[in-house]
Design a binder for this molecule. Structure first.
Ligand code: PLP
Length: 397
């Protein structure tokens, strides 16, 4: 008896590399002890939420006896939270964003799925530069669409605009980008984004449906050395931003984020209505009430990003010492170095022998590299120093 759909059988066999390494890590920590394992497998923010979150929870406890405290609400979220969010997003994006351009969602993941549901027809194509956050493929297939991948430039992971241009077909409906990027730490420059916008405008001519840029931005707050994370909103009219508070407030399990439709889209009310409807009928109904109320009070605060910066420098020192080749991440909390010898799966197995857990680039559609998530204590990073040297020596032998 086949209990599950054939598609799910396939998905589960392929399983995610990240989960696989995460589970390996649990096993190894049991066997060798927590301190002996250097686990860089998972992008799960380890910093505590800022104090505003705890204060907000205490305040909210006082209101918990009121009727409808956690009751149903409009599918786009609580109106007062949307108003506050609009103010915050206006500051972040540097573009005036009215509240009615926002849908509060179950994280960026919920936002991406709601937007896809709102715009994609079966067999439409979602173009994504690689390496990419592996869930994108599943999300596209949730809506019977196809993910089409285009490799970014080696080592720097800049967009390969010529290759993206060549990959666009009549079925391309969405170009999905993520900056600051998971897994590379790249931040796309204004020139790259202008270049992409020019290509899409050219393809939009004569079409009755625009190609959207969907900009996935949960790491917007985490850019280092003062680097600019340009807003898509004034670069390309058919742009939609998805983001969340999973990383900047360490609220990943709170499941709260948003979709932001560019106010410049003519007739955007229909698109907004469709995203709100999608949020409802995908079964999210609305983003969690408690997390929204927390958000209203904690917006504008953030985890201490200087801690991530300090870890980034410590990780760079460890990798330099062992002789790895990589581009220093400009944002997010990942390194994506070259795998010595070229075989990333093999090299991650070598790392594992040295009790280092990393995810092969293959898992992100970009073999030859591996990902290290540095949302771990600095102690784990500095302790891994000799293990990286030994793994490099083995790879060279
Ligand atoms: N997009 C990227 C690039 C991510 O790395 C993640 C989570 O790690 C998500 C989306 C989903 O985040 P959320 O918790 O907001 O759904």
């Amino acid at each position: 008896m086949q209990l599950i759909s054939s598609q799910m059988v396939g998905y589960m066999e392929r399983s995610s590399w990240i989960r696989k390494m995460f589970e390996e890590g649990i096993k190894m920590k049991k066997e060798f002890g927590e301190d002996a394992v250097h686990d860089f497998s998972l992008g799960n923010p380890d910093l505590p939420p800022p104090p505003t979150v705890k204060e907000a929870l205490a305040d909210l406890a006082e209101q918990a006896g009121e009727p409808f405290f956690l009751g149903y609400m409009p599918n786009f979220g609580y109106p007062h939270v949307r108003e506050k969010l609009a103010e915050e997003v206006t500051k972040e994006q540097g573009v005036d964003v009215p509240a009615d351009c926002l849908v509060i969602t179950c994280g960026a993941a919920g936002a991406l799925n709601s937007v896809f549901r709102a715009v994609l027809e079966p067999d439409d194509e979602v173009l994504v530069p690689t390496p990419f956050f592996v869930e994108y493929g599943f999300y596209a297939e949730n809506h019977a669409a196809k993910l089409v991948t285009v490799p970014s430039k080696p080592l720097t992971f800049e967009l390969d605009l010529e290759a993206m241009d060549a990959a666009i077909t009549d079925r391309t409906r969405v170009v999905l980008i993520n900056s600051p990027n998971n897994p590379t730490g790249a931040v796309y420059t204004r020139e790259e984004l202008d270049g992409l916008a020019a290509i899409l405008r050219k393809h939009n001519e004569g079409r009755d449906k625009p190609i959207y840029i969907l900009s996935d931005e949960p790491y917007r707050f985490l850019a280092f050395d003062g680097v600019e994370v340009p807003s898509l909103l004034d670069v390309y009219e058919y742009s939609i931003v998805c983001s969340s508070f999973s990383k900047n407030l360490s609220l990943a399990g709170g499941r709260v984020g948003y979709a932001l439709v560019n106010p410049a889209i003519e007739g955007r009310e229909a698109l907004m209505g469709a995203i709100v409807m999608a949020n409802r009928i995908l079964g999210f109904v609305n983003a969690p009430a408690l997390a929204q109320k927390l958000l209203a009070k904690a917006l504008g605060s953030s985890v201490d990003i200087s801690i991530y910066d300090s870890r980034r420098k410590a990780m760079a020192e460890v990798l330099d010492n062992a002789g790895f080749k990589y581009t220093m991440p400009k944002g997010a909390f990942y390194f994506f170095p070259e795998a010595p010898g070229g075989d990333d799966v093999k090299f991650c197995a070598t790392l594992q022998e040295e009790k280092i857990l990393a995810v092969p680039g293959t898992g992100f559609g970009y073999p030859g590299y591996f990902r290290l998530a540095f949302c771990v204590s600095e102690d784990v990073i500095t302790r891994s120093r000799d293990a990286f040297v030994r793994a490099m020596e083995k790879a060279k032998a």
